[in-house]
Design a protein around this ligand. Structure first.
Ligand code: PLP
Length: 375
């Protein structure tokens, strides 16, 4: 059987990785400044991470969500402490899209409404029909996604005021749009969203799947604005490569047995991975490092010629060029052995490990200067 061919692949086969370095099967060394779309938060093969996962391997034989799994509570406690949301509750699942579906369901269960407001260039995942096609009234929320979602211009306070009414179930927004081009939600916009949701009874969901987990320099990128969402979704960097997602749920929601559920959500290995990530983020001060290295990169990239705009916060950086970025990205990869991503046609996207050091930043800046200068 062949793999279903949905991903355009580079002819590179990584076989080993450590920190921000990858080696392919021919022994060629690469710098990873993309981390599989923001997944590698603490660096590849971190010793504490490897140890935690290895220790947990003996426990996977008796996994079930219908018995106590103490490491789930350890994860929730540590997440509450590091994020500052210790009065929220945690629902564990397996991916970002699943976290968002559960958040939308919770919103709809809460206020019984159906209409959702999302924003231009938003990306929230690739599942939609699973719940709609499920014939079980106790788990199907009133919402039916595709029919009921309207898109407003991102960062437009007036559009919020005009469209978030008492009919609206939820407003779902990224604190920093990822796939849509690394667009930072303004503090004014997020504060207005909070205020209008409070006034109308709509639920405010912050999709923090890509921009969360310390990447912006704060635990959640919306923390810069001082708002507290009703629901936050997370995945990607949460497990440093092990699939895990979660919904952080404000105290106004009351859990009911059977309300949400998933077979694999909260399994031992995923929790061990996520606990290790939080341990390392705390002990190595990775949020401070993201701020420091992110500022250094952004300031230096801004000095380069031929760049239209640099957007982002911490280690979520978009570098917009006047022209399509594919040749720049390829030159960084093939000539300089540096993995980067892109977002839209003209924007180079950096989502490195939160543990990158000064040498890595300088190596990238030198390579970008060289590629940019030779165009
Ligand atoms: N939300 C955001 C902001 C994302 O960037 C992504 C994935 O890129 C998702 C949700 C979906 O996450 P997953 O691919 O884990 O389902």
């Amino acid at each position: 059987m062949n793999l279903f061919n949905v991903y355009p692949l580079y002819d590179i086969t990584p076989v080993k990785a450590l920190g921000s370095t990858l080696w392919d099967k021919n022994g060629v060394e690469y710098l990873d400044l993309y981390g599989g779309h923001a997944v590698i938060s603490i660096g590849h093969s971190h010793p504490h991470y490897v140890q935690k996962l290895t220790e947990q391997l003996s426990n996977i034989g008796f996994y079930s969500n219908s018995v106590n799994i103490p490491i789930q509570q350890e994860l929730a406690t540590k997440l509450g402490e590091l994020s500052g949301y210790d009065d929220y509750e945690l629902f564990l699942c397996n991916s970002g899209a699943e976290a968002n579906e559960n958040a939308l369901k919770l919103a709809s269960f809460f206020n019984g409404r159906k209409k959702v407001i999302a924003f231009t260039k938003a990306f929230h995942g690739r599942t939609a029909g699973a719940v709609a096609a499920t014939d079980n009234k106790s788990i199907v929320a009133p919402i039916n996604y595709d029919e009921h979602v309207s898109f407003l211009p991102f960062n437009d306070v007036e559009a919020l005021k005009a469209n978030v009414t008492e009919e609206i179930c939820a407003v779902i927004v990224e604190g920093i749009q990822g796939v849509g081009g690394i667009n930072v939600a303004s503090d004014e916009f997020l504060k207005a969203a909070r205020e209008i949701c409070d006034k109308t009874g709509a639920i405010l969901i912050l999709d923090s799947v890509q921009c969360g987990y310390g990447r912006s320099g704060k635990f959640f990128s919306h923390d810069f604005s001082g708002i507290k969402p009703d629901l936050m979704t997370t995945a990607k960097g949460m497990g440093n490569g092990f699939p895990i997602g979660g919904v952080l749920i404000s105290p106004k929601f009351k859990a009911k047995h059977g309300m949400l559920g998933t077979t694999f959500g909260g399994n031992h290995l995923a929790c061990a991975a996520a606990v290790a990530v939080l341990d390392v983020m705390k002990s190595e001060n990775l949020m401070e490092n993201a701020t420091e290295k992110g500022n250094y990169l952004i300031q230096n990239i801004k000095k380069m010629s031929g760049i239209k705009e640099v957007r982002g916060r911490g280690l979520m950086i978009g570098i917009e060029f006047e022209q399509p970025v594919d040749k720049i990205r390829d030159s960084l990869l093939f000539d300089h052995k540096i993995f980067c991503g892109y977002s839209g046609k003209n924007t180079l996207r950096l989502l490195p490990s939160l543990a990158i050091d000064q040498t890595i930043c300088d190596r990238f800046l030198e390579a970008l200067t060289s590629v940019n200068g030779s165009r």
